[in-house]
Design a binder for this molecule. Structure first.
Ligand code: PMT
Length: 223
């Protein structure tokens, strides 16, 4: 079933966590499964959108989305920068690593006899959403805020710092929502100050609610 509320819209979605190499066999990563991003891709597709997903996880083959595979935050940023100008909406559900090893080793790091500690120097990765500001036109940009504390305060700060139209404040501390589970919950914080609470439900239903909210609260006002 499709309601065609996003017909003609080019929707760009990022899904999954990034991996930053420590050496050829190890990485720094996080628990993002890409489920939230791919649920958004389905919701956008069933609302009639042309869907492109930049994904660090294998694409489920159930919708005809254009897929760009990435691993690192730098690759994710390059793909977003390339595809953003040809997009009308961006949903940034991916979980990019904020830091990466400063000097990834060419060969597998060996533990030394008697070694009890090892130190790794990390350098900051770019903030992908913030880096889009110079090339912003009329695109609607939706971010997520994955928080274990001060959910709304932290999400509100990210909404403003990254110049977003909407941020999904996503509690990730528990076991029932957030990373790598099938359910999720959150609060939508819009740039105009309004809020909408999304109760615990499947990521599929939550994605449909996010798409519906973007359509009625932002997109309809622009057409
Ligand atoms: O993939 P799942 O297992 O289904 O889990 C879903 C999820 C919990 C990963 C998802 O719902 C979610 O919250 N995604 C955002 C994760 C995150 O990176 O949150 P953040 O608060 O650190 O970042 C805020 C926003 O800035 C996010 O939209 C993020 O994509 C973006 N960001 C973050 C870091 C960075 N260097 N550049 C960015 O643009």
């Amino acid at each position: 079933t499709t309601d065609q509320t996003l017909a003609g819209q080019r929707v760009l979605i990022t899904a999954g966590g990034t991996r930053e190499a420590i050496d050829p066999v190890r990485f720094i990563g996080n628990h993002s499964s890409g489920k939230m991003g791919w649920a958004l891709a389905r919701a956008a597709y069933w609302a009639g959108a042309e869907v492109t997903v930049i994904s660090s996880v294998p694409a489920p083959m159930d919708i005809p989305a254009k897929v760009v595979a990435v691993t690192t935050t730098a690759e994710l940023q390059a793909a977003v920068q390339r595809l953003f100008p040809q997009s009308d909406l961006l949903f940034m559900a991916a979980a990019p690593a904020d830091f990466r090893p400063a000097h990834p080793a060419t060969n597998k790091i060996k533990k030394q006899p008697g070694q009890a500690e090892m130190q790794l120097t990390l350098v900051k990765n770019p903030d992908i959403l913030a880096s889009l500001k110079p090339q912003r036109r009329q695109q609607i940009v939706v971010g997520f805020a994955a928080e274990t504390q001060q959910l709304l305060t932290n999400a509100q700060a990210k909404l403003q710092a990254k110049d977003l139209d909407l941020i999904v404040a996503n509690p990730v501390g528990g076991t029932d929502s957030g990373f790598d589970v099938d359910q999720n919950q959150g609060t939508l914080l819009f740039a105009d100050g309004s809020q909408q609470t999304l109760p615990l439900t499947s990521k599929e239903v939550m994605a449909q609610a996010i798409v519906a909210a973007v359509t009625t609260k932002i997109l309809d006002g622009r057409r």
